[in-house]
Write a protein that binds this ligand. Structure first.
Ligand SMILES: Cc1cc2nc3c(=O)[nH]c(=O)nc-3n(C[C@H](O)[C@H](O)[C@H](O)COP(=O)(O)OP(=O)(O)OC[C@H]3O[C@@H](n4cnc5c(N)ncnc54)[C@H](O)[C@@H]3O)c2cc1C
Length: 389
């Protein structure tokens, strides 16, 4: 970060040289390598395995993992920049990188023992996709009412239950998974486990057929007496609720970044189309009505980006960021939906077809107000902070 000579902090959108180079590299990769496959991956509901390999090779699956474990030793803010840049081209690519970095890797960095870090971080940086399994059929917003049980068998735990909606599950080799080891203690029994895909009694079930972010896999998990060694408890038994809350608080900033990226992608398409489409003998960008739409979109996006960047910078600075993160995610998801919808309208009829990329962004935008806490849950967090002061 460049501080002004008199020590004033820089503007939020002012990037350090390293951040700018990093963002530009991710942007280039997204445009050159991902863009040609976006439509096909959406239709086939599958992220190209070769592209996943390239995400690892570029270091984008281990951005904050320290170099000693094979990662990039970068910042949370860089992870946010990567998610934003990828999502402007494909929000599915954005969420794959988001879950890996801002939830899975961060949970292990923050709560893992040295042994767990040594066993898992190098793999997560090199070739192993991670997933985060909290939600269940009966517990979504009310996450702590989860009913997956963990029975203490001495050297290992035996996990039984079902998880639902798990991003990255089709590709993942490692699952950060929550189960209750002491149901009589309520949420104070929730425990976080590192579950390997080939654990006996564990399997990945049905894959969802979704409205948007179709190239990002979302699956159920089935645990039928899944055997997890005691040394794979992440943090302490009964402290899983803390792991869950804190990782999601951070993770939602990056969902905000995914939505900002999506919205700026939609604006880019709208601008390009408005400059070349002619009606009434003029390009439609010459009509003030269209110009005002574009100007409103750009203003919305700038405001959402400032919220996201501020929350991310606060997190990197070790300052409190709870309400700011919730505001960023709430507002950015609203802006993404609005911008994608407007981009479809600016395209007229062709915007409603699969020949142009905006209909997909419109479908992709809806997830922003649902996962990592619905809009109502973000508003609850913000209101609680207001009323506690
Ligand atoms: C594509 C996708 C990917 C996902 N990825 C993951 C993942 O990787 N890991 C994971 O663990 N989960 C994941 N989820 C689950 C996601 O986090 C939940 O769907 C979300 O938290 C909402 O839970 P629910 O679906 O049970 O809805 P519900 O909690 O049943 O909510 C239904 C409606 O009721 C409202 N509501 C609920 N409680 C309140 C309240 N107290 N006050 C006001 N309104 C309320 C909600 O806002 C919502 O509008 C994913 C979901 C999807 C769709």
């Amino acid at each position: 970060m460049h501080h002004a000579p008199d020590g004033r902090p820089p503007a939020l959108t002012q990037l350090s040289e390293e951040e700018r180079l990093f963002r530009d590299t991710v942007r280039r990769f997204a445009l050159d390598r991902i863009r040609p496959h976006v439509r096909e991956m959406d239709e086939q509901s599958k992220f190209h395995p070769a592209l996943l390999g390239e995400l690892f090779a570029l270091g984008l699956m281990g951005i904050e993992i320290p170099e000693q474990y094979g990662g990039q030793g970068g910042s949370f803010f860089q992870a946010v920049l990567a998610v934003e840049a990828l999502s402007s081209v494909d929000p599915s690519a954005g969420v794959i990188v988001d879950v890996q970095n801002t939830i899975v890797n961060n949970a292990i960095l923050r709560w893992g023992s040295e042994d767990q870090k040594q066993r898992y971080l190098p793999r997560l940086a090199a070739d192993t996709v991670g997933a985060y399994a909290l939600s269940e059929p009966g517990s979504g917003s009310d996450a702590f009412s989860l009913s997956t049980r963990a029975q203490d068998c001495g050297g290992h735990f035996s996990l039984t239950g079902q998880k639902l909606w798990i991003t990255n599950a089709a590709e993942a080799g490692l699952f950060v998974l929550f189960a209750n080891a002491r149901p009589e203690d309520g949420y104070r029994g929730i425990t976080c486990f590192l579950v390997e895909r080939d654990s006996p009694g564990f399997r990945v079930g049905k894959k969802e057929d979704k409205l948007g972010i179709r190239a990002s896999s979302t699956c159920e998990l089935i645990l039928d007496g899944a055997c997890v060694p005691r040394h794979n408890v992440l943090g302490e038994v009964g402290k899983g609720y803390k792991v869950a809350i804190e990782t999601l608080n951070e993770g939602r900033i990056a969902i905000g970044a995914q939505m900002v990226g999506l919205a700026s992608g939609a604006l880019g398409h709208a601008l390009a189309y408005a400059r070349q489409r002619k009606q009434f003998g003029k390009t439609i960008s010459e009509f003030q009505g269209v110009q005002f739409d574009l100007a409103r979109m750009a203003t919305d996006i700038e405001a959402a980006r400032l919220l996201v960047y501020n929350a991310a910078r606060l997190k990197d600075a070790g300052a409190p960021f709870l309400a700011e993160a919730a505001m960023a995610k709430y507002f950015a998801s609203l802006v993404a939906e609005r911008a994608a919808s407007q981009a479809v309208e600016i395209h007229g009829g062709v915007g409603f077809t699969k020949d142009y990329p905006v209909e997909k962004l419109y479908r992709d935008a809806k997830i922003g107000s649902i996962y990592e806490g619905t809009t109502n849950i973000q508003l609850t967090t913000i209101a609680r902070q207001l009323l506690e002061k």
